[in-house]
Write a protein that binds this ligand. Structure first.
Ligand code: LLP
Length: 438
């Protein structure tokens, strides 16, 4: 049963009708660690990294294609250790992420500091911690980096974030590359040129290139091709006018992932190779050197490496209206349906051999009607208190967007690797939740 919902290759079912993740019995894991909990498949995280690393190297040559993990997708110490081991760079967006990466022993020269509003304190903190490159968003920030780098007696590497003016047709809340975006400076309005001239005039800044990010959950390679072309045209224009040739071009976040069967399966390697072909050709036409190309995948590194397990608390049938299955988690561990209406695939982890007969909304336990994990879920008619429900593909933007609403403690993260499992993030306690109350 439910085979039509198997959207990733790290799930299967055993003879007891139990859902397996990375080859391990999720029902046993739920028993061992308690619910609700996040599981993460370490091998999948590693192989997703290798897909990008290998494809980028193939497309642009050794050392000429860079993969940075956008750590906002899932930020905790163990992730930065894995990224270090896999030879990935990282994208960090806050001093909290920098702090965590430093604690993990991540080589900070391979960290790129994003965000559209870095305070002077943030800039100071990042410089002190040896962050390799700032992705500068605006003029105020460039001037502040120049001043603080000067005070530290260093020349700070930066990239400038630009908006190529592209609409990637993903959902509005995660679109970032259009002219009216809060991120970066638009090429179209002339602001990108002005801000580049400002950076070139700063003596404590080493402008290494440009960055753009058009949006998240993007399946269409055409989006990357169009933005790369616009960015390369800009690089050629700046070379011509200012005699400055950018060494690096960062194309932003990675490809989309499958949350349900309706999402396409994409071949990331083939896509990167086709973007590479266009870039290499276009640089030849423009008479510029091919810059070092980076991509910053977040979602596609961790999403399908994650799964959330819940226990059912109650089944409420409202005849003629709706059925509710309440679970011991909710918008505090996965806010994505409440926030974006995101689709997810849910499975009855301990009843995979039973027929899907009951259509229901799986809802959380927060004091909020919008606390819904997913509507229209098909579960066995026998579903009852104590059964285990799994949400697939929760590795990205679930733990990292978790909250303590209703003072619900955040869930632990259990890593599954080579047939073993271990705690990567502990379950929060009530004491943790109240620890800052004076
Ligand atoms: N680089 C930059 C500059 C970004 O802003 C992002 C995502 C990424 C890389 C990573 O993109 P990805 O490979 O994950 O698509 N909370 C939303 C997603 C927000 C994405 C923000 N930026 C969600 O849950 O869907």
């Amino acid at each position: 049963m439910y085979k039509d919902k198997f959207i990733c290759d790290n799930i299967s079912v055993n003879e007891n009708g139990h859902l397996l993740f990375a080859g391990q019995d999720t029902v046993e894991l739920a028993e061992k660690y308690g619910t609700a909990l996040y599981l993460m498949d370490e091998e999948k995280i590693r192989s997703n990294c290798r897909t990008y690393l290998t494809a980028l190297e193939k497309a642009f040559g050794k050392g000429k294609g860079h993969a940075l993990y956008a750590s906002k997708a899932a930020s905790f110490k163990r992730m930065y250790e894995i990224m270090k081991e896999e030879g990935m760079g990282i994208d960090v967006v806050s001093c909290g992420e920098i702090y965590t990466a430093v604690k993990a022993g991540f080589p900070m020269e391979n960290a790129y500091f994003h965000s559209n509003n870095k305070t002077d304190e943030d800039i100071e903190y990042a410089i002190k911690n040896g962050v390799g490159c700032f992705v500068a968003d605006n003029e105020e920030e460039i001037l502040s980096i120049d001043k603080i780098a000067g005070a530290h007696g260093i020349k700070q590497k930066i990239m400038i974030r630009l908006t190529p003016g592209i609409d990637p047709h993903t959902f509005a809340a995660v679109t970032t590359g259009k002219v009216d975006s809060k991120f970066g400076s638009a090429i179209q309005t002339g602001r990108a040129e002005e801000i580049t001239a400002i950076a070139l005039g700063c003596k404590n800044i080493d402008l290494i290139g440009f960055h753009c990010h058009v949006g998240s959950q993007v399946f269409d390679s055409d989006v990357y091709i169009r933005s790369a072309e616009i960015m390369l045209d800009f690089i050629a224009f700046v070379k011509e006018k200012y005699g400055y040739e950018a060494k690096c071009l960062d194309l932003g976040g990675g490809y989309g992932v499958r949350y349900t069967k309706a999402d396409p399966v994409i071949d990331i390697t083939a896509n990167i190779l086709s973007v590479g072909e266009v870039i290499n050709k276009k640089c030849g036409e423009l008479g510029i050197n091919v810059p070092v190309i980076s991509m910053e995948p977040g979602r596609s590194i961790v999403a399908d490496a994650g799964m959330t397990l819940y226990s059912v608390g109650s089944l409420k049938k409202i005849p003629g209206f709706i059925n509710y299955v309440s679970i011991d988690g909710g918008m505090t561990d996965n806010v994505r349906y409440a926030m974006y209406g995101s689709a997810y695939t849910l499975l009855p982890a301990n009843k995979m051999n039973e027929v899907p007969e009951l259509v229901c909304s799986v809802v959380g336990r927060c004091c909020e009607s919008g606390d819904i994990i997913q509507p229209g879920v098909e579960l066995p008619a026998s579903i009852k208190r104590g059964d285990i429900i799994a949400t697939l593909t929760t590795g990205a933007y679930n733990y990292s967007m978790a909250s303590n609403y209703n003072r619900v403690p955040r869930l632990p993260i259990i890593m599954l690797y080579e047939g073993k499992n271990y705690v990567a993030v502990k379950r929060e306690t009530f004491e943790d939740v109240a620890r800052l109350d004076v």
